[in-house]
Design a protein around this ligand. Structure first.
Ligand SMILES: [Zn+2]
Length: 158
């Protein structure tokens, strides 16, 4: 078990994906995930899922990263807590939405918070001389995820 993060591409919204099997019932849920309206049968979900896995050259995702296992996430959490100050840098989104748990999946950061998250990440990267290589890798990946989220208008998902 570990922590992975993704940002969806915009091919479906932009009309660049393969035709959906039931285009008039295609919708997007709160996380931006393509879904079906109505009361889909198991067969309809299967057809939708098959379409989704093969809908565009990105297989639906423009970026995906393995962020770390439970131990690494725990270490990053301790590191960030120690870096916080009063007054001083605070990392509420990183601590409460990203690193709060080493195995969360199926949740996401609302798109309107991506710019604030990018600011938190850049604050940490500004002190890159105190970061170990694996910490640098994590925060650089978070930066790429934030930038992809802002560019696509899609949230960072876990
Ligand atoms: Zn795509």
């Amino acid at each position: 078990m570990a922590l992975d993060a993704f940002v969806r591409c915009t091919c479906i919204r932009d009309g660049k994906a393969k035709p959906h099997p039931f285009p008039d019932r295609l919708t997007f849920d709160g996380s931006g995930e393509p879904s079906l309206t109505g009361d889909p049968s198991e067969e309809e979900w299967d057809a939708h899922d098959q379409w989704l896995a093969d809908s565009c050259e990105h297989e639906g995702f423009i970026l995906s990263f393995f962020l770390g296992n439970i131990t690494k996430v725990g270490n990053l959490r301790s590191f960030l807590r120690a870096l916080q100050g009063k007054p001083g840098p605070r990392f509420p989104i990183l601590l409460e939405k990203v690193l709060y748990d080493g195995t969360h999946t199926g949740d996401w950061i609302p798109i309107k918070q991506s710019p604030a998250l990018l600011k938190e990440v850049n604050t940490v990267l500004h002190s890159s001389d105190i970061l170990a290589d694996s910490e640098k890798e994590f925060f650089n990946n978070m930066k790429l995820l934030c930038e992809a989220s802002i560019a696509t208008g899609n949230p960072i998902m876990f």
